[in-house]
Design a protein around this ligand. Structure first.
Ligand SMILES: *Cc1c(COP(=O)(O)O)cnc(C)c1O
Length: 390
């Protein structure tokens, strides 16, 4: 089905931050398949883990014990401070698990119509419940009736959350991205998550973080909430967890970890040996190659370089980042920059119409960073009709 507006290119193989098309042209990948291939393409550790596991078992069933699933759950809980994990196959599914968990948590307290606070400009997925939670009418258009039980407030607005909590006794959870990715790389106030944590404690509601894009080292910590020294009650992961092998996870802690019990939720493929082996290799490689610290350093270096190159361009409104989640906001729509960059063999993305989004792999080299900054700065100057000398 024509559900995607595709760019006119087909890639055949990759190597680190490079992708090669069918004519063997080389492209610099500054998007990583939208924050998925953080270790770059064809990373040997992931390749070997998948090959080794496929010699033994691809799938059994969650009817039986799965040793690598337990091993991955132990790694994730240890690294996150959470207590347990439900495994699935995508981000939307991870959020579905979180939404079901929140509703059951509410019902256990006698709340018959549990509601979840969600944000304007949020993105949580394309299933019915997650598109209902998403704060973008374009994504919802044509799919009414939406799933009920969501209360929307502006992002980065603690007062609005306070008011919603006071006005609505049915609220059982707050679902929020630590940084909005699809919404335009929106970075909230430094203490936003801390304030949400206190409000959730005061009102006995669950703090649920969608870390599907921000998680697994992208922002310079294993999980973005670790910048704030807090722990949520629920946290969802997917994208970079398998470096391209589909896997999602819903992590829970404390009272939230006790809500879903046998028979409440399930997935045929979720947490199968193949996907879990890939994810274990990803986590091991992040540590072995010190990539999370590198995400922080490289992100800072890239933004400093862009700020220098673009400092005289008055059409650049803002350059912001946390680790290697980078947004360059212009003063007018710039979606056509994606095509222009493709012609220069550079892969980028534009979100929220005016924001260039960069999600390069954590393994990007110094030379590749230079190429990214120079190529994209020149493109931005051309796009905004601003004179430029490289
Ligand atoms: C990508 C994304 C999702 C959806 O993940 P899928 O695997 O496409 O279902 C949900 N939330 C956030 C924040 C995302 O970036």
């Amino acid at each position: 089905m024509p559900t995607y507006g595709r760019l006119p290119v087909i890639f055949e193989r990759g190597e680190g931050a490079w992708l090669f098309d069918q004519d063997n042209n080389r492209y610099l990948d500054a998007l990583s398949g939208i924050a998925v291939c953080s270790l770059g393409h064809a990373h040997p550790a992931v390749h070997q883990a998948i090959c080794k596991q496929s010699e033994k078992l691809l799938h059994t069933s969650n009817l039986y014990g799965i040793a690598v699933q337990e091993q991955l759950a132990n790694l994730l809980t240890e690294k996150s401070g959470m207590d347990n994990v439900f495994f699935c196959n995508s981000g939307a599914e991870a959020n579905e698990a979180a939404i079901k968990l929140a509703r059951k948590y509410g019902h256990e307290q006698g709340i018959e119509k549990p509601a979840i606070i969600v944000m304007e400009k949020s993105f949580h997925g394309r299933t019915l419940a997650t598109l209902s939670a998403t704060g973008n009418t374009k994504i919802q258009q044509g799919f009414a009736p939406l799933v009920e039980g969501f209360v929307r407030v502006p992002y980065n607005d603690i007062k609005a959350i306070e008011q919603a909590l006071e006005q609505n006794a049915n609220i059982v959870a707050i679902l929020v991205e630590p940084i909005q990715g699809e919404g335009g790389v929106n970075i909230p106030a430094a203490d936003y998550l801390n304030q949400i944590r206190s409000l959730c404690d005061q009102h006995n509601v669950l703090m649920m973080l969608d870390e599907i894009q921000t998680g697994i080292g992208r922002t310079g910590k294993f999980l973005a909430f670790q910048h704030n020294s807090i722990t949520p009650d629920v946290c969802t992961l997917a994208k970079a967890l398998g470096n391209g092998v589909p896997i999602g996870a819903c992590l829970a802690r404390g009272k939230a970890a006790k809500v879903l019990i046998a028979g409440n939720h399930g997935s045929t493929f979720g947490g199968n040996p193949l996907a879990c082996s890939a994810a274990i290799a990803v986590l091991a490689t992040l540590d072995a190659e010190n990539l999370i610290e590198q995400a922080a350093q490289k992100g800072a270096a890239i933004c400093t370089a862009f700020k220098e190159k673009l400092k005289d361009n008055e059409h650049v409104v803002d350059i912001r980042h946390k680790g290697l989640m980078i947004g360059i906001e212009l003063d007018s729509p710039c979606a056509e920059l994606v095509q222009a960059a493709l012609q220069q063999k550079l892969l980028i993305n534009v979100t929220n119409e005016k924001t260039i989004r960069l999600l390069p792999p954590l393994i990007i080299s110094v030379q590749q960073v230079t190429q990214l900054v120079e190529t994209l700065s020149a493109l931005i100057h051309t796009h905004t009709n601003t004179p430029y000398e490289a």
